[in-house]
Design a protein. Sequence first.
Length: 235
Amino acid sequence: MREIINIPVDKITPEISLILQGQGIPDESEVKSEITDLAKIARDIFIRWTRSKLLISDITHEDFEKIYYSTDFNESPAPIEDIYPRADELSIFALTIGQDICDEISGLFAKNDFALGSMLDTAASAGTDLASDFAASWYQNNVIGNTNAKQRRTLCYSPGYCGWHVSAQRALFAFLKPEEIGITLRESCLMEPLKSISGVLIYGSDKIHLFENQYSFCAQCPSQPCLERMSNIEN
Ligand code: SF4
């Protein structure tokens, strides 16, 4: 299986509350109408300029192992090295919300419209994260198929996080070839367009996605997103 999916923009448009959260404004705060209006404008621009594509390919455990260990710079121990060998199925993916929206953000900063530029940047980051949720759901619904399976799920993991070094992107790109959907890799291993995500989708028992986040690198991870993911599994 190797597929390209155009992600409908309504599936990844962030709520205003999510944009405001991304700006560091908690849910229950009283927010001035000027700020909310700015978030609405940013969301409208997001809807107008987002062109989101997902490329997804299944991969054997053996081929994924080659990608994971293609770099000498991974931390060990690290969660992914324990998770993927216990997975039922693996798939690698890359997605982007497109260059147009990134150009809109740069254009606003170039015009010194920092307030709207920053709000749009936050909206685009939130939309990109929602696109990775879409990728996991799409994979679960269209490839795995057993959406009613209890205590099993698909989660995504990306190079550059949780001890998996970003330089593994080179091997991931060589296998997946996401240039076909307009994503290229810079020398630094950052992706172009910037609002892109790549990684592995891991399907298996809920238990494989649960771990103690006590790795050496966790101290430098301020938001610790794994905690929320694991609490969603446990509840
Ligand atoms: S604390 Fe951060 S770095 Fe550590 S496992 Fe969780 S998400 Fe990864």
